[in-house]
Design a protein around this ligand. Structure first.
Ligand code: ADP
Ligand code: MG
Length: 348
């Protein structure tokens, strides 16, 4: 009898302890999801008891943003704005107005290197389609005239916007994923999440620290190696780490690489001497607009822009395979290049 009791008691202890181990594990193991949205793979790694709910709500939110901002499906805000180009102003949601206003700010700040009215040129090159092409120079010259953010009128009071020139097309591909990243973090916070990571095709945003209390370690992709091979690691807490690179989307013709970030001044893929630009800052929408801006501006002008902004850091990689980091990020950036092809220019 006594033996049986002890035995039952032992089993009970075992069950209880494995339960508590179980819940501990659940807490330490993230809820992970992978979705294909906004033209890219989106990974979420969320910790805490509401992790599953938070990740699902975040996915739904990103789907809604995609609907609103895509140029490919009818009915969304950006699509309606483009349809009305040269005709009339359209009423848009406050969030689209806000995103367009931010895009315009960065267009001004970058002297037009970042310009969301780049749509006609993006379409002509078709880097994202099955039939990319090098458009004839006359076509590029003609479409370049449609790329002009000053002709995107925004009325923030009445929540309307208008493209002044017929044929103008807004393409928010250079900023929308950044915005979505901020919205995802908002949802995590609302649901009490303290630790999470979301990666929207190279736009990484982290909330808090890793579950072990240490900073998140984000790899900086080697632009000339396969995916997952890094040039170094940045350690960050509560930050957006956003990269624009010529390796993300491109096609090759006659040995030339034509990539997806266009220089509004030439109408051709940006050839500024940078092959990748990473921005580290608090707001992911800012980081996204800036990564594209700096990529187009090049090393000197790009660095000057970043250094004029508070709380913004950058890691830039040149086609000569040199890596530059701003002062403020040097202590959290570890350069480590397996390929041994790149040089870290610690002093500038
Ligand atoms: P990714 O989308 O690969 O993360 P970016 O944030 O740099 O890279 O955005 C590139 C996208 O932005 C392009 O696919 C295109 O839709 C759009 N775009 C291209 N050139 C420019 C530019 N000069 N200014 C603003 N948007 C641009
Ligand atoms: Mg961008």
């Amino acid at each position: 009898m006594k033996i049986r009791l002890t035995f039952t008691f032992a089993i009970l202890i075992f069950i209880l302890s494995s339960c508590s181990f179980g819940s501990l594990n659940l807490k330490d193991k993230p809820f992970e999801t992978e979705d294909f949205l906004m033209g890219t793979v989106i990974t979420q790694r969320v910790y805490g008891s509401n992790a599953g709910i938070a990740a699902k709500e975040a996915t739904a939110r990103m789907k809604a943003i995609e609907q609103l901002m895509t140029i490919n499906a009818p009915g969304g805000d950006i699509n309606r704005l483009n349809e009305a180009a040269g005709k009339n102003a359209v009423v848009l949601s406050p969030e689209t107005i806000n995103l367009l206003a931010t895009a315009k700010e960065y267009a001004q700040m970058s002297g037009g290197a970042f310009d969301v009215t780049i749509g006609p040129l993006v379409k002509a090159w078709g880097v994202f389609t099955d039939n990319p092409r090098v458009p004839p120079i006359e076509e590029i010259q003609r479409l370049k005239k449609l790329t002009d953010y000053k002709k995107l009128m925004i009325d923030a009071v009445n929540l309307t916007a208008k493209l002044e020139i017929p044929g103008q097309i807004v393409d928010v591909g250079g900023i929308a994923k950044g915005y979505a990243g901020d919205e995802v973090i908002k949802i995590y916070k609302k649901l009490g999440i303290k630790s999470a990571y979301v990666n929207l095709g190279g736009n990484v945003v982290v909330l808090g620290t890793k579950s072990d209390g240490k900073p998140w370690r984000i790899g900086i992709q080697n632009p000339r190696a396969e995916n997952g091979i890094y040039l170094g690691i940045v350690s960050v807490t509560d930050k957006a780490v956003v990269t624009s690179g010529d390796y993300e989307r491109f096609f090759e013709k006659d040995g030339v690489r034509y990539h997806h970030i266009l220089d509004p001044k030439t109408g051709y893929p940006s050839d500024s001497g940078l092959i990748s630009a990473t921005i580290v800052t608090d707001v992911s929408m800012d980081a996204d607009a800036l990564s594209t801006s700096v990529f187009v501006l090049g090393l000197e002008k790009g660095m000057a822009l970043i250094e004029s902004l508070k709380g913004v850091e950058a890691i830039l990689v040149t086609e000569d395979k040199e890596v530059y980091a701003t002062e403020g990020i040097k202590s959290s950036f570890t350069f480590s290049d397996e390929s041994k092809e790149f040089k870290y220019a610690e002093k500038r």
